[in-house]
Ligand binder design. Structure first.
Ligand code: BT5
Length: 342
């Protein structure tokens, strides 16, 4: 077991409560089935309650689950997946600093392709360039996937786009919301960011040893912190209903599996074409480009097969963006008041 990850026995407890959801399960029975003391059962029940799982204690009788918990527990997710590569092994944390840090460490120690690390809360969730990722407890999905693709490091950008397309599909099918993708990989609903992706890798010049795809989705946040409110939202805020994190995670792992195999079988364009079909940013979008070279205004002109974004600068020159970000620029409709004829 990876240090700090959820004890498999807590996972068993969750499974036991779910399996017997309509009945009261006696404490001693739980304790003996999962092989811990009754006081440990009590401590774990308290822990689950603190994460919002409704468990009723019936004096002298035992415990009864009131609602199926929306915890990202492997025992609830794994059986929905069949025999996948991605998600064959899921490590769950109640709280960790960053699932990408855990996954990078596991990858360096030899963890298998398809290993997934997921957390209910991150205390130091990271974005790109050292930025922070707000990771509220039990509200979002904070997940990292370890991939060992038979590809060169040049494939990293297209793997990031692949993750974006998979999240796009998963959110669309689970919520019915209209989702947009902003290059390279922000998922937007009503122009607000609901998901970010951080790809990190461990590579030599010609070989990718491991890629860690870190995905953060705002699912059931009832409000965003003041400093993010103008640019960020959650699926619940946009859909006006709660969304099952378990269902969304299952859909996401299935879509990652599907798109990863599409990429290996059909090559980059299988991904870039799907990305372009899902994103209003692919073509003809007026944007401000922000990268190491500075800022400029441009219009987007498609993706090239490596995953770079083509842009047409205002002086007519075209170039490919491989790093940096773009921000939509609202095109002002001229509202010049004409003087009335005398
Ligand atoms: C990202 O960075 O969008 C990548 C975020 C990846 C998070 C996942 S969670 C699982 C895994 N473990 C980690 O530690 N990280 C990954 P970037 O494009 O640099 O965007 C960061 C910016 O988004 C911040 O500077 C804020 O402006 C904004 N932001 C921060 N938290 C947000 C949130 N929860 N929702 C929307 N926007 C947020």
């Amino acid at each position: 077991m990876a240090p700090g990850s959820t004890n498999r026995k807590i996972d068993k407890l969750i499974h036991l409560l779910v399996k017997n959801a309509t009945v009261v399960v006696p404490g001693p029975k739980i304790a003996s089935e999962i092989g811990v003391t009754r006081s440990t059962v009590w401590t774990w029940i308290e822990k689950l309650r603190s994460l919002g799982v409704e468990i009723r204690g019936v004096p002298a009788a035992g415990y009864r689950l009131v609602n199926i918990p929306d915890l990202l527990a492997p025992s609830l997710v794994r059986p929905e997946l069949g025999e996948p590569e991605i998600g064959h092994n899921i490590l769950h944390y109640f709280r960790t600093e960053s699932t990408n840090d855990v996954a990078l460490k596991l990858a360096a120690e030899g963890a298998a392709h398809g290993t997934v690390v997921v957390a209910e809360e991150q205390t130091a969730g990271r974005g790109r360039l050292g930025r922070a990722w707000y990771s509220e407890k039990s509200s979002g999905i904070y997940m990292s996937v370890i991939l060992r693709p038979p590809l060169s490091p040049a494939a990293a950008p297209v793997l990031t786009l692949m993750a974006g397309v998979a999240v796009h599909q998963a959110i669309t099918s689970t919520t019915g919301l209209a989702v947009d993708i902003r290059w390279p990989n922000d998922l937007l609903v009503n122009r607000k960011k609901v998901c970010g992706i951080l790809t990190e890798m461990n590579a030599e010049l010609d070989r990718l040893h491991a890629v860690v795809l870190g995905i953060g989705i705002n699912v059931n946040h009832t409000q965003m912190p003041a400093e993010l409110r103008a640019i960020a939202s959650s699926l619940r805020l946009e859909a006006h209903r709660t969304v099952s994190r378990v269902q969304l995670l299952v859909a996401l792992l299935r879509e990652l599996e599907r798109h990863y195999h599409l990429l290996l079988k059909d090559g980059n364009t299988a991904i870039t074409e799907r990305w372009a079909a899902a994103s209003t940013f692919a073509r003809g979008k007026r944007v401000r480009v922000v990268n190491a070279a500075g800022e400029m205004l441009a219009t987007t002109a498609g993706l090239d097969p490596s995953g770079a974004l083509r842009i047409r600068r205002d002086d007519g020159r075209e170039e490919s963006l491989v790093a940096g970000e773009v921000v939509e620029v609202k095109v002002e409709t001229a509202s010049v008041q004409r003087p009335r004829p005398a």
